[in-house]
Design a protein around this ligand. Sequence first.
Ligand code: SF4
Length: 337
Amino acid sequence: MDKLLEIKDLHTSFFTHVGEVKAVRGINIDVHQGEAVGIVGESGCGKSVTSLSVMRLVPSPGKIIKGQIYFKGEDLLQKSEKEMQKIRGNKIAMIFQDPMTSLNPVYTIGDQLIEPLRLHKNLDKKAARREAVELLREVRIPDPEKRLNQYPHEFSGGMRQRVMIAMALSCQPELIIADEPTTALDVTIQAQILELMKELREKFNSSIMLITHDLGIVADLCSRIVVMYAGIIVEEGSVRDIFYNPKHPYTWGLLKSIPKVNMTSRQRLIPIDGQPPDLLKPPAGCPFVPRCRYAMRICQEQCPGLYSVSDDHNAACWLLDSRAPSVTWDREGVSLK
Ligand code: SF4
């Protein structure tokens, strides 16, 4: 599979009045043609800043300070703003958590769908309207001809997210970045939207970068998972690697906090205690130290690099060093020898 997106040594910071917040600290991510990659981590880990960096939409006082972002071999960080405008929505589309932030409440859904179609695809008004109806039908919005004349507030949250997906698909982008696309929705609608994204990905062969705090929702849509913590990648691998052979204590914590179908009402989810570090002063050692029950002295002193577990599976933890105690993980817990 060819690489569609290559993020190399990306550093993005926010220059606030109290100092530089190092939100993303040297990450590398590849997304191949037709692949769906999940970027997972809790709030503030740098996953959304990564997606905004790809779109070159990091809000002020944020700034990309180092790295390259290759899209089909061309570095997006070297493009002019005018060139980026042609890429956004056309070759790379973004779906946000709250569709109301992207939909303009004073225009009908039709206005907001038809205009970009005319602009990017050079269609006349009639043809663009026909295509807009088709797109709404594609995302299963009933009675699309009528719905095209309605305003965003006349749609439910789930329906608005379907409209956002239709808008994202309107120019058949090669890459769709979906940032917490189902977080604001209830569980049944969440499942429907994920199923829809899965079907459409297969149909249009778009690549997807799915940003989420919920490891549970990536399993069905993605083939690969990148786990981020405190602005760095702590583990990456196939869905199978991450769910059945995770190697980083933070990933173990994430997995234990997912509800399981066979859980009894007496069983409780286990949260990860503590807080991520302050990225105004990132620690010299592993950023997970204060929350990690397996922390050793070296963890305080040096940040581990990514250790290769297998071909496509890497994790940044000193426990993987040959000198560290051996650790076995299963769903019930971890044992150290
Ligand atoms: Fe825990 Fe050390 Fe591994 Fe960090 S490097 S996750 S502190 S064991």
